[in-house]
Design a protein around this ligand. Structure first.
Ligand SMILES: Nc1nc2c(c(=O)[nH]1)N[C@H]1C(S)=C(S)[C@@H](COP(=O)(O)OP(=O)(O)OC[C@H]3O[C@@H](n4cnc5c(=O)[nH]c(N)nc54)[C@H](O)[C@@H]3O)O[C@H]1N2
Ligand SMILES: Nc1nc2c(c(=O)[nH]1)N[C@H]1C(S)=C(S)[C@@H](COP(=O)(O)OP(=O)(O)OC[C@H]3O[C@@H](n4cnc5c(=O)[nH]c(N)nc54)[C@H](O)[C@@H]3O)O[C@H]1N2
Ligand code: SF4
Ligand SMILES: [Mo]
Length: 695
């Protein structure tokens, strides 16, 4: 008999609702749930193939213990009891010998309750070394905006939005659910401006496309600020009443040379002036910032400069402009954390996390700090770790260094769905259940919460929140795991339990009216109560109180081109390379370049190019021509590994993976710990005798 199960795709934080049809042979068909108010039943390609992940024959189904050399793929299966007991013993012994902070805990891209559960274990273990990807994900955007405006604004895109700037973002590929409102505003005449080295979907449709030099965004933002101030285009009343430090900003931009800034971006002053005018003179306008602005050491200041533009243009909390986030969550314990979990350790103690950046609100360890501590024992030793739902061999900077650092560890545990290059480096690998395999709660983009119905179990895999609690319990620092209590605590804001949510299926969030001009009564949540064009907090931290543009890494004779990257439509980072349907659609890592650049290096479409950023940092990707790119800019794929290569060279993780090219050097002006990703100086040449594996 056919059975329809309503559940949620957990591959990314969009949280699309699904109707999964299960036939009498236990075969599944995925469809979007038309009742989902956010997606209206649409799904992305990855979501359509989510079942293939759950049922993949290479899924990990039993705890594994390493028997041979690290990375050589020799394992024995062990029981959960043995695995948890050994982990608890090793973590306790490591902490006793080297101190509480010598054990680190690392999570990856948004896994809702799992990441919080890992923070709870780190807290219980009294280790400050909790780690996540946020230094290059959303932290620069969040804190850059919050230091300036007191909050991280959303874009209230509707018919009244006259102008949209897409800045280093590709919603078409990475968050399709937002395209509906964007398209609607465009149909109602919104002018669109796209700031991106690539001619993306947004760029193709835009009134203005600014293909800037990768990594030059702060030069562009400062040029725009200068033009607005010199032309006196800013909202004078708002600036007078609600901005702090305008005269300091005026003095700061006075000596800036527009021609120099424009040249850094390789854009004309006329073009920059035009788009600034479009933005500033629109009745209401939004800037949508993306992940490109979370990369590189100036990420925090780029986001601050953009927040300054939002303020100068008077677009804060106006209809169709930038809105102040509001609304109470219907659920507790989702990433990125409830404050009480962060406050378990004092801010001063948290600053001892390794690589902790100058912005104190970013309390976590950084990947570069962790690796340095593993390799040098400085500022203290990191000897063991628990990695849950992340693949540092592809997502941390300098993949070769990641391997060397993990080799120094006494004990590494990885919880995973698959035998990834990171899992290959572990002492114990734990089989995690995917989101389809357990009952739980999910939240949609509109804040509504839903019952996540399980489809089936796979092997002995367990949900991560349970695994983490079981490790904590065996260490003697967390209570025994109880599924009812776990979800009851998560659902405490609505005061029901999981069974009750199952009966109701969903609780719809109230649609609250956008607040307009709330600052008239409450001001801004900054030290001065105003928008901080000049930041007193940054001054006190001895960081730039007003953004200062500093050029990206310099080009050299050997490395005369710039390489940058973007997320793929077909994959969530490194997931899914083993899924045949996705590999059929996108089989190879691909580097895009201008055909003239290709010809100069004797490269044809389909050839394999070597991309080199240092003599020991070389990757290989298949050439695709894109004549919309600048002649000196190439765009390479990220996160590639080749599961089909099995144990060979850690599944080929050094062959095509972008982070082989990056380094842990964040320069001397990194406020929040982002490493250089965009616009790395590089050279390319035709690779000889290199093959890229295929499924
Ligand atoms: N399909 C898919 N969706 C995803 C993800 C995924 O891996 N796959 N990941 C999720 C996650 S965790 C995140 S953080 C978001 C990220 O989603 P987005 O914010 O959309 O980020 P990216 O795709 O990294 O890059 C966006 C654009 O920045 C451009 N770009 C590259 N370098 C520069 C530069 O120096 N300056 C400027 N201005 N632009 C530049 C790229 O060409 C690209 O078009 O997507 C989420 N959604
Ligand atoms: N050079 C460069 N580096 C980057 C970026 C970039 O643009 N350029 N982007 C950065 C960004 S924005 C982010 S968010 C990070 C992402 O970095 P990661 O989070 O490390 O990326 P993923 O490849 O998604 O790794 C997730 C892993 O979790 C596994 N997994 C999936 N579901 C589950 C589960 O339920 N339980 C467990 N235990 N495992 C699961 C998957 O199989 C996969 O191996 O990378 C960052 N690094
Ligand atoms: S956008 Fe795609 S991957 Fe993300 S939840 Fe929706 S269907 Fe899943
Ligand atoms: Mo991210």
């Amino acid at each position: 008999m056919n059975n329809v199960i309503t559940t949620t795709c957990g591959l990314c934080s969009t949280g699309c609702r699904l109707s999964v049809l299960c036939n009498e042979h236990n075969q599944y068909t995925i469809k979007g749930d038309k009742r989902d108010p956010v997606t209206h039943g649409a799904l992305c390609t990855k979501g359509l193939h989510a079942i293939d992940i759950m049922l993949h024959p290479e899924r990990l189904t039993q705890p594994l213990k390493r028997t041979g050399e690290r990375g050589k793929g020799q394992w024995i299966t062990i029981s959960w009891q043995q695995a948890i007991d050994e982990i608890a013993l090793q973590f306790n012994q490591t902490q006793k010998t080297y101190g509480d902070d010598s054990v680190f805990f690392s999570y990856g891209y948004s896994k809702d309750f799992i990441n919080t559960q890992l923070l709870k274990l780190a807290n219980a273990a009294n280790s400050v070394n909790i780690h996540g990807p946020e230094t290059v994900c959303w932290a620069p955007s969040k804190y850059g905006k919050e230091y300036t405006l007191g909050y991280n604004p959303s874009a209230d895109i509707n018919q009244q939005t006259d102008c949209i700037i897409f800045w280093g973002v590709n919603k078409h590929n990475t968050r399709f659910t937002e395209m509906r409102a964007i398209n609607h505003a465009i149909e109602h005449g919104a002018t669109t401006i796209c700031i991106d080295p690539q001619q993306t979907h947004h760029a193709k449709k835009a009134n203005y496309w600014l293909p800037l030099v990768p990594g030059s965004d702060l030069a562009l933002a400062m040029a725009m600020i200068k033009i607005i101030i010199v032309q006196q285009w800013y909202d004078a009343a708002f600036v007078a009443d609600y901005c702090y430090g305008f005269s300091a900003l005026q003095s700061h931009i006075q000596p800036l040379d527009l021609a120099y800034l424009a040249n850094e971006c390789q854009l004309s002053i006329d073009m920059i002036t035009d788009i600034t005018q479009q933005y500033i003179h629109a009745k209401s306008a939004v800037i949508i910032t993306g992940n490109a602005l979370d990369h590189n050491p100036d990420s925090f200041q780029v986001n601050r400069a953009i927040a300054i533009l939002m303020a100068l243009s008077g677009n804060l909390e106006v209809q169709g402009g930038q809105s102040k986030p509001q609304g109470k969550a219907l659920v507790n314990g989702r990433w990125p954390y409830d404050p009480q979990d962060v406050d378990q350790l004092s801010p001063t103690i948290r600053q001892q996390s390794v690589g902790s950046p100058p912005i104190p609100e970013y309390f976590r360890a950084t990947s570069q700090g962790l690796m340095d501590a593993m390799l040098t024992g400085q500022p203290y030793s990191i000897k063991a770790g628990l990695i849950v739902g992340t693949n540092p061999m592809t997502s941390w900077p300098d993949s070769n260094k990641v391997k060397q650092a993990f080799e120094q560890l006494d004990f590494l545990v990885v919880s995973e769905l698959f035998m990834t290059p990171t899992a290959m480096m572990a002492d114990i690998v734990l089989p995690a259940a995917s989101f389809f395999e357990y009952a739980g709660v999910t939240q949609g983009q509109d804040g509504s919460i839903h019952y996540q119905a399980p489809l089936q179990q796979v092997g002995d895999a367990k949900p991560d929140h349970q695994i983490i609690a079981e490790i904590g319990h065996a260490m003697g620092i967390m209570p025994v795991y109880n599924d009812n209590d776990f979800w009851r605590s998560a659902l405490s804001p609505v005061d029901i339990d999981l069974i009750q949510l199952k009966a109701q299926t969903s609780i719809v969030a109230d649609v609250e009216k956008q607040q307009t001009l709330s600052y008239l009564s409450v001001g801004f949540d900054t030290p001065s109560g105003k928008v901080e064009l000049y930041s007193q907090k940054l001054h006190a931290l001895k960081l730039d109180p007003i953004p200062v543009y500093r050029p990206n890494l310099p080009l050299t004779e050997c490395y005369p081109l710039r390489v940058t990257t973007a997320k793929s439509r077909y994959y969530m980072f490194s997931h899914g390379r083993q899924i045949t349907a996705l590999r059929n659609k996108y089989p190879f890592p691909t580097v895009k370049m201008h055909s003239k650049l290709g010809q100069k290096h004797s490269l044809k479409e389909g050839d394999i190019a070597a991309i080199e950023t240092a003599p020991d940092k070389i990757i290989y990707q298949k050439v695709k021509f894109d004549d919309q790119l600048r002649i000196d800019t190439i765009v390479a794929d990220l996160s590639w590994w080749f599961p089909e290569m099995k144990n060979k060279q850690l599944s080929g993780v050094f062959k095509s993976n972008y982070n082989v090219l990056t380094s842990t050097d964040v320069g001397v002006h990194s406020d929040i710990g982002s490493f250089y990703i965009n616009g790395l100086p590089c050279c390319i040449y035709k690779a000889i005798n290199i093959e890229l594996s295929t499924l």
